[in-house]
Design a protein. Structure first.
Length: 286
């Protein structure tokens, strides 16, 4: 038995002594962690009807051309947005569907924004990555390249990029609850099999916990965005009186990180490393 395993077993023994006092609190925390919000009957039916209409408009749009196609796709994208914002059904699949509708409508900036929003929930969805790259290629925009650190992380924590955000959250809550169930059983019965199971569950908690917290951080704390206007002037300061940073305007779909805000201006960091200012109204936050 390795020294590391012995240390883990010693910590487990300490936990076992206090498990009887903590088990009730842990179960309450686990139950409280499950989502408690939901749609009422009428709202649920309305949401289902809206989703069906959005899909129908998208499918009809695929069969059309020109302005009729664009109008149907814009309508479909607006319905998907309504499901997310008005019905509070925020998830990766709806963002992905909205991105597809905008892409077919020729709104590349809004498509990239929607795909990037979907990416936070569906980091390993291959169709999403393909469509996102297709949108970027249409504008010949610089692609954000993964550094050596990102490549190592993708290799070590492959499940983070293969599993949906909601599934990883459910796996974390399940593993967390099972830890305390096993501890409760171990109060009355000691067995090597239970201890080994507890070690595995603790490892799963660490793995899924880190993955979930990273996604939660990306969702709620990292501020990045996409230019939505067909073109916008990046300036050297937060105001229209400042000189343009580039001779050419930034194209719609240009991705950036927000580093500062001053009134209705954002200071942004672009993929090539330059920092400039743009109007908040010209872009959207991911």
């Amino acid at each position: 038995m390795t020294i590391f395993l012995k240390m883990i077993l010693q910590q487990i023994k300490k936990v076992e002594r206090s498990a009887s006092r903590l088990i009730l609190l842990a179960l309450v925390v686990a139950l409280a962690s499950f989502p408690r919000t939901g749609l009422r009957g009428e709202s649920l039916q309305e949401a289902k009807s809206l989703f069906s209409s959005a899909q129908t408009n998208f499918e009809l749009g695929l069969k059309q051309e020109g302005e009729l196609k664009r109008a149907l796709m814009i309508k479909s994208a607006g319905q998907f947005r309504s499901l997310i914002e008005d019905h509070r059904l925020e998830n990766g699949n709806l963002y992905y569907d909205m991105g597809n509708a905008y892409f077919e409508a020729g709104e590349i900036g809004k498509a990239i924004l929607s795909y990037r929003q979907a990416e936070k929930f569906l980091p390993g969805f291959s169709d999403l990555q393909y469509n996102l790259n297709q949108a970027r290629n249409q504008l010949n925009l610089p692609k954000p390249a993964d550094g050596w650190w990102e490549n190592i992380m993708k290799g070590l924590f492959f499940w983070h990029y293969m599993m949906k955000y909601e599934l990883r959250r459910s796996m974390l809550l399940t593993a967390f609850s099972l830890v305390w169930v096993v501890l409760l059983v171990m109060i009355f019965k000691r067995h090597a099999f239970l201890r080994m199971g507890l070690i595995i569950l603790i490892a799963l908690n660490i793995g899924f916990g880190g993955s979930f917290l990273y996604s939660y951080y990306q969702l709620h704390f990292v501020r990045s965005g996409v230019v939505l206007k067909d073109s916008t002037i990046a300036r050297k300061g937060p105001g229209s009186g400042y000189e343009p940073f580039y001779q050419k305007s930034l194209l719609g779909g240009t991705e950036f990180i927000i580093t500062e805000k001053h009134e209705n201006w954002w200071k942004i960091k672009l993929p090539m490393g330059d920092e400039a200012w743009i109007k908040v109204s010209d872009a959207g936050m991911i």
